[in-house]
Ligand binder design. Structure first.
Ligand code: HEC
Ligand SMILES: [Cu+2]
Length: 404
């Protein structure tokens, strides 16, 4: 073979290797991600089946069309034929066989597997564990009622990468501080709720994309067959932070999972113990800044100036130009007056952070630990040019929590 030909064959071989299913990353690039749940396997099977059947039908249809174009051209048939409706048994057969074939393909060959997977998707019975997933603008919160643990999961991509000031890493916008951890080989029921707008829980490798609608409980399930890290995203446009609430699931073997649960339980116990500690102002400020940047800056902004019409400034003395309804909600709390936003009464500040402001995007932060709430409030009252000098201790937050 000539050098050029060898070159061509090499290129073709490389192209074939690129699209071959054996190469997982390339496969994910042009195809579905690696399926790891029964539903995802089902979805991929149906997809492949449909694709093959449609390809065959398409080829037959196109073949017949090309054949007719050539065989029945005007050059070959100078005298146009005349047509009538089907006449006689044979012609009726010619018409009804393809029609029946299409019906069978549609409702039987394709319809039965599709129906099967839709029914399977809805069947959350016999689950061995239930995890509650709560969508917030803009992060996910995961709770394990049987183990008494829970946490929120926030985007951990550094701000510098988002602002294009640093090179983006491989999992840009697909990494979180605290992933959802699940055991493999167990049927897990996910109950989904939203505290604000419609979000969607989408993890391609699990074959699920479930809308999460405020005011409703939705459910779905997974039974993961391989340990690993699976990434997904919120798949329903939910506001300016929509791109910043990825889903990361780490699947562990049942033994590793139990070990993770006990670590998590002791971590949470340690956090609860800090609720009785007394921290210095410097400690609270440092911690508060971290809590603020992670949880509050998406709305109130890193510089505390908020966004006109949407999110109030935390920095005192800056007016909040918003609709009368939004201002009314703030004013009814007796907190927002004369521009002294974050310098209003401490008790009201704690209340707002713990319970949110109903009817507005300001969520409840009761999922944060008492230390984090105390720290972020201390921070808000002493940062951005606010100088109350006040220190809010975790015990005050615990007292406010139990008073309610
Ligand atoms: C999803 C967006 C969002 C996030 C995240 C958020 N807030 Fe708010 N926050 C709001 C909105 C909107 C209001 C005003 C509601 C209204 O108009 O009544 C508000 C009001 C407030 C207020 C009262 C008004 C003011 O400016 O002082 C405080 C205090 C506050 N937020 C603190 C926090 C803290 C602390 C965090 C983080 C732990 C946080 N917020 C996270 C949206 C948000
Ligand atoms: Cu969302």
């Amino acid at each position: 073979m000539s050098g050029e030909k060898v070159q061509l064959w090499r290129r073709l071989a490389a192209a074939a290797a690129f699209v071959s299913p054996a190469r997982a990353p390339a496969r994910a690039f042009y195809n579905f991600q690696r399926p790891v749940t029964p539903i995802a396997h089902d979805v991929l099977f149906i997809h492949d089946l449909f694709l093959v059947i449609i390809a065959v039908l398409f080829t037959c249809g196109l073949g017949a069309l090309l054949y007719s174009t050539i065989a029945h051209s005007r050059r070959r048939n100078p005298h146009p034929a005349t047509f009538s409706q089907p006449v006689g048994r044979k012609q009726w057969l010619w018409v009804s066989v393809p029609f029946a074939t299409l019906l069978i393909i549609d409702y039987v060959v394709l319809g039965i597997p599709a129906l099967h997977s839709i029914l399977a998707l809805a069947d959350t019975s016999n689950a061995q564990m239930t995890v509650k997933v709560t969508a917030h603008q803009w992060h996910w919160q995961y709770q394990y009622p049987v183990y008494g643990i829970g946490f929120s999961s926030n985007l951990s991509t550094p701000q510098a990468q988002i602002a294009d000031r640093a090179p983006k890493d491989k999992h840009f916008l697909l990494e979180v501080d605290h992933p959802l951890v699940l055991p493999t080989h167990e049927k897990i029921r996910l109950i989904l709720a939203s505290t604000d707008v419609i979000h969607a829980f989408w993890v391609p490798s699990f074959g699920i994309k479930q809308d999460v609608v405020p005011g409703y409980l939705r459910e779905t399930w997974v039974d993961i067959d391989k340990p690993g890290t699976y990434r997904g995203q919120c798949a329903e446009l939910c506001g300016v932070g929509h791109a910043f609430m990825p889903i990361v699931v780490v699947a562990k073997s049942p033994a590793d999972f139990r070990q993770w649960v006990s670590q998590e339980q002791s971590r949470e116990a340690a956090v609860r113990a800090t609720a009785t500690e007394t921290l210095t102002q410097a400690q609270l400020m440092a911690r508060g800044q971290a809590v603020y940047l992670k949880n509050c800056a998406a709305c109130h902004q890193a510089n505390g100036m908020g966004l006109t019409g949407a999110f109030p400034p935390i920095a005192t003395g800056h007016p909040f130009n918003a609709s009368p309804q939004m201002l009314a909600a703030l004013k009814s709390l007796g907190f927002y007056a004369n521009g002294l936003i974050a310098e209003g009464p401490v008790a009201k500040h704690i209340r707002i952070v713990l319970h949110g402001i109903p009817g507005t995007p300001m969520p409840s932060w009761s999922s944060l630990s008492a230390v984090d709430v105390a720290a972020v409030i201390t921070f808000e009252r002493n940062a951005f040019g606010n100088h109350t000098g006040e220190v809010i201790e975790p015990a005050q937050v615990v007292a406010a929590e139990s008073a309610h």
